[in-house]
Design a protein around this ligand. Structure first.
Ligand code: SRM
Ligand code: SF4
Length: 567
């Protein structure tokens, strides 16, 4: 529990400084002061404790095993091989459990102790990557279609999105003073023209999708941009607002929501439009009730038409009519894809995004070796995907075979032999680090997938892709409400089973069983998969079948206006 309300902490923080310097210097405890626990999020870090050790330490009358998670700000998850080598060294020196690719294309380091926090931050910055605004009530890491750079289209979308990410950074030197030893300037703290002194009412997320792939789950973003490609160039973007996943079990006031398509902007208007949306949410968002403070609730409380009118007033222009688009899936495409100018891109499967040497193979070492191989190859890139996978992008012909050899030698080739469902599955971090986890997710995924594979085998569905996502609580960090089959943690070993998402990220699933263990999940899925195997239409996906067959009742409608513009 923090001593003050989040709103007070933000307002009194002196542009995110708080007493962080004192907290870090305090040798008595591995923790930082309560209010600073809120503020450090804006610097890209969370105070956590190892929950596996909680009870043991309590019995020993020791304080919890305090440690910190650090999250990078890496728009679109783009990292050079040289930067990767630095991040890899940081993981080995300061963190536990390797490098963790997140569902928003960042790297998370877990298990950093307070006395090494500053050195870790400095090492990240020495790799020319920062962590500012990776968490907190500000715009977070901008998610960008991770499709390999097949064309100049992707490069253009990336440039627009990266510029927006920079534009929406909080205006403060606090980060540089606290972590990078920049000299402190006396006097009044900086004014922030976009965020003001109280920042946003809640976190804010932006994603750029490039059809036909919806890997960023654009309808789960507070603000989404869907690239409209005409004559081989980005003509502009359809704009979506009001997506979000988080909910609380048993509280109808909170719910996942799909974004609404509200119109079209040209590329040069993206930043002005985004600033108008952000500042409208800053003024209109619910600061009294934090669990109702996301943009999705602002829109539902005020009405979409009023919200759009205010955004247009602030932007100084009207949105054009949305243009047709079509998504065919929200997953990743694995293996090699040829790009332009003789370059190729390889998407690797990384189970739950965790790159660590261990029972799944020397995965961290393998990626390190690939980074060493490619560090001098002009334009070679690593890209983290929003499904927690890794793209080795822009590989020249001379290096392809050697990349393949390293992939095979280090067990990074699961995309070759895993079932389609195993390749597409996503799980959030959950235990032992997430303070909000009610059940396992990342650590449960491998054994749940074994159970699922056995079920699929029984019904001859081994090669049929079914999108599975697990979250350890209803906050929905794996975006489970969009999956065909989702487990949402309720208690240790128990989940809400939700069914009927559409594999394109355009339809929310619904609860099928409220509170079941693995046996209950298997029992529920078994007859449905049997029916699906018998009755499905050609190429019909499991989620679509469940809706057509009336198994899961009427799902929430797909996003307003999507019906009219989806091609
Ligand atoms: Fe998340 C909070 C992990 C993507 C919705 N999320 C957390 C915290 C920081 C727990 C906490 O507040 O103490 C988790 C840290 C766990 C740990 O030990 O590392 C956490 N969220 C993650 C990551 C690492 C999940 C993953 O396995 O990859 C993702 C990091 C993204 C990033 O790089 O920025 C992550 N979180 C998401 C997403 C998906 C997305 O953004 O596309 C969502 C759903 C979309 C949304 O925001 O609506 C999401 N996280 C939440 C929420 C619920 C917010 C809400 O509106 O109710 C919380 C809790 C909160 O904010 O109070 C939360
Ligand atoms: Fe933690 Fe819940 Fe997010 Fe999973 S969904 S990382 S358990 S907050």
């Amino acid at each position: 529990m923090t001593a003050h309300s989040v709103e007070d902490i933000k307002k009194n923080s002196r542009a995110l400084r708080g007493t962080l310097l004192d907290s870090l210097a305090d040798p008595i405890t591995g923790a930082i002061a309560d209010d600073d626990q809120t503020l450090i999020k804006y610097h890209g870090s969370y105070q956590q404790d190892d929950r596996d050790l909680r009870e043991e330490r309590r019995q020993q009358k020791l304080e919890p095993a305090y440690q910190f998670m650090i999250r990078t700000r890496t728009p679109g998850g783009v990292i050079t091989p040289s930067q990767w080598l630095k991040l890899d060294a940081i993981a080995s020196t300061y963190a536990e459990r390797g490098l963790r690719i997140t569902t928003r294309q960042a790297i998370q380091f877990h298990g950093i102790v307070k006395r090494e926090l500053k050195a870790t931050m400095q090492a990240i910055n020495a790799a020319l990557i920062d962590t500012l605004a990776a968490c907190g009530d500000v715009n977070r890491n901008v998610a960008i279609a991770a499709n390999p750079l097949q064309s100049d289209v992707h490069a253009g979308v990336y440039a627009t999105a990266a510029a927006l990410s920079e534009h929406l950074l909080p205006n403060t030197r606090a980060y540089h003073e606290i972590w990078l030893d920049e000299e402190r300037i006396a006097g009044t703290p900086e004014q922030d023209p976009i965020y003001g002194e109280a920042y946003l009412p809640r976190k804010f997320k932006i994603g750029f999708a490039v059809p036909p792939t919806n890997d960023v789950d654009v309808f789960a973003q507070d603000l989404g941009f869907i690239a409209i490609i005409e004559n081989g160039r980005v003509a502009g973007y359809n704009v979506t607002v009001g997506g979000g996943m988080g909910a609380t079990h048993g509280d109808a006031e909170t719910y996942p929501r799909l974004g609404d398509v509200i119109g079209f902007v040209e590329p040069q208007d993206v930043i002005a439009l985004a600033v108008a949306v952000v500042t409208t949410q800053r003024e209109w968002g619910n600061r009294a009730v934090r669990k109702r403070a996301r943009l999705k609730y602002t829109i539902d409380d005020r009405g979409l038409a009023a919200f759009v009118a205010e955004v247009e007033r602030r932007a100084g222009f009207e949105l054009d009519q949305a243009r047709p688009f079509h998504f065919d899936h929200n997953g990743d495409r694995f293996g090699w894809v040829d790009g332009h100018r003789g370059r190729a891109h390889l998407t690797l499967r990384v189970l739950s995004g965790r790159l660590l040497d261990g029972s799944h193979g020397p995965l961290q070492t393998g990626v390190r070796e690939i980074a060493k191989l490619l560090q001098d190859v002009d334009g070679a890139q690593f890209r983290l995907t929003p499904n927690q996978n890794l793209v080795i992008a822009n590989v020249d012909a001379a290096h392809r075979e050697r990349v393949d050899a390293l992939v095979a030698a280090h067990g990074l080739d699961t995309h070759v032999h895993a079932t389609p469902s195993r390749r597409a599955a996503v799980a959030c971090v959950a235990l032992p680090t997430c303070g909000l986890a009610m059940a396992e997710a990342e650590r449960y995924l491998p054994s749940f997938l074994d159970a699922l594979d056995a079920l699929l085998d029984r019904h001859g569905l081994r090669d049929t892709p079914i999108h599975v996502r697990i979250s350890g609580c209803p906050n929905g960090c794996s975006r489970p409400y969009l999956a065909e089959v989702a487990l949402v943690g309720k208690a240790p070993g128990r989940y809400a089973l939700r069914l009927g998402g559409d594999h394109r990220g355009q339809r929310l699933n619904t609860t099928y069983r409220e509170n079941v263990d693995e046996a209950g999940i298997v029992e529920a899925l078994d007859p449905l998969l049997a029916r699906y195997a018998r009755e499905r239409l050609d190429d019909e996906r499991f989620g679509d079948f469940l809706v057509r067959a009336g198994v899961i009742g009427t799902p929430r409608p797909i996003a307003i206006a999507l019906q009219e513009v989806a091609a």
